[in-house]
Design a protein around this ligand. Structure first.
Ligand SMILES: *Cc1c(COP(=O)(O)O)cnc(C)c1O
Length: 237
């Protein structure tokens, strides 16, 4: 890796971190997940050397390959669309920390049943909610599906930890600053679910490069920032 690239990454990471701190609720700092899809392992290593530990990836095979060559104390977050037939491969990654995009009981069971025997900590899961209702976005739409999946995890998936909810949201909403309807919708959904389950403390993963500060002001606990740290991505081929 060139010294220029290393310095550039250190600078952008440090800037995003201080913006996350500034916008986080008083007395708290949200988790910054550095979204490294399509970016080389050397970029991730450079951020790791700056103290970053949470990284997000969208593709199972890419994550498997990167996890093999990068430090084992990285906390990997899977943030891509999860196909059930890939759940087993994903679960086998020893330092997989969280699956942020769970939408089905089938995938939940497969994750639960395929975690390595040697793994002692539960796998965190977030349920993805389609707050914008767009067909192009995955995620649960109906509250009853959400409750059903949450109950399935709690009662039938002892090795999973239901940590909260995640949304991607509509592009237009990311331009609307503090009036972001997707953030409002995700918070409402959390209220609903916490009441149903008689449980509190569920976390929210919302906010990306263009809107993470608004998301934090709206109460987000986990932001996922790619472009803001690593620069623009090449289009998928
Ligand atoms: C790619 C991606 C991100 C990061 O997007 P940026 O706009 O580059 O910050 C965040 N969340 C999900 C689910 C993504 O797929």
């Amino acid at each position: 890796m060139s010294t220029e690239r290393k310095a550039e990454l250190a600078e952008s990471l440090s800037e995003i971190r201080s913006r996350v701190m500034q916008a986080s609720a008083p007395g708290t700092t949200a988790t910054l997940v550095a979204v490294s899809k399509y970016k080389p392992a050397s970029d991730i290593q450079a951020c790791y050397e700056e103290g970053q530990r949470d990284f997000g990836e969208n593709y199972v095979q890419e994550l498997v390959d990167k996890a093999k060559e990068l430090p084992e104390d990285i906390r990997w977050h899977f943030i891509g669309t999860l196909q059930s037939n890939k759940a087993k491969t994903l679960a086998a990654i020893p330092n997989l920390y969280c699956v942020q995009t769970l939408t089905s009981a089938k995938a939940a069971t497969l994750l639960n049943n395929n975690l390595p025997e040697t793994r002692t900590s539960p796998l965190n899961v977030l349920l993805q909610i389609n707050t914008s209702g767009e067909d192009s976005k995955s995620g649960l739409n109906a509250n009853e599906d959400l409750t059903k999946l949450a109950r399935h995890i709690i009662s039938d998936c002892p090795r999973l930890h239901l940590q909260g909810l995640m949304t991607i949201g509509a592009l237009e909403q990311s331009l609307s600053g503090d009036d972001n309807a997707d953030f409002v919708a995700l918070k409402k959904t959390r209220e609903f679910l916490q009441t149903e389950l008689e449980k509190d403390g569920l976390l929210l993963s919302m906010g990306m490069s263009s809107d993470f500060e608004a998301a934090l002001r709206a109460g987000s606990n986990i932001v996922r920032v790619g472009t803001g740290i690593f620069g623009a991505r090449a289009k998928k081929v």
